[in-house]
Design a protein around this ligand. Structure first.
Ligand code: GDP
Length: 131
């Protein structure tokens, strides 16, 4: 069993997509074992996206992720990290196939509906920020 970190971003929360996204995660056989809705502080957003500090899209990313409520969650299952990444699709919604969460609900390079950790190290680090 593996545990990963997932966050529904403010664009998706403000459009009322949380339940549909949670349904897709559970329907895939993964389990959401903890979840919490909150508004990220700039400090929390900065920690979450630490590896992007200094990149040209960093400020925009922090402004966006702190712009409204998000839902953070702990997701458990066999190969949960890889399976969540498959469910969400590629970073850029334009390149994300229909049927993936970003393909269906992402609207721009920044506003791509959802985050999921991309490695065991990231999952552990990101979970420790919120749980
Ligand atoms: P992810 O793991 O698929 O979310 O991708 P990354 O870790 O590379 O990027 C983190 C987040 O930063 C993405 O989900 C986007 O919201 C944003 N982002 C990444 N690359 C770009 C980019 O080239 N342009 C813009 N505007 N945002 C980006």
């Amino acid at each position: 069993m593996e545990t990963t970190f997932v966050m529904i971003k403010p664009d998706a929360v403000s459009r009322g997509l949380e339940n549909e996204i949670l349904r897709r995660i559970e329907a895939s056989g993964l389990r959401v074992v903890e979840k919490r809705k909150l508004r990220l502080s700039r400090e929390q957003a900065g920690r979450l996206y630490e590896s992007h500090r200094g990149k040209d899209f960093f400020e925009k990313l922090i402004n966006f992720t702190t712009s409204g409520e998000v839902e953070v969650m702990k997701v458990v299952g066999e190969n949960a990290i890889r399976r969540m990444r498959e469910l969400i699709g590629p970073t850029d919604p334009v390149k994300a196939p229909k049927g993936t969460i970003r393909g269906d609900y992402g609207t721009s390079g920044t506003e791509n509906a959802i985050h999921a950790a991309d490695s065991p190290e990231s999952a552990e680090r990101e979970l420790s920020i919120f749980f």
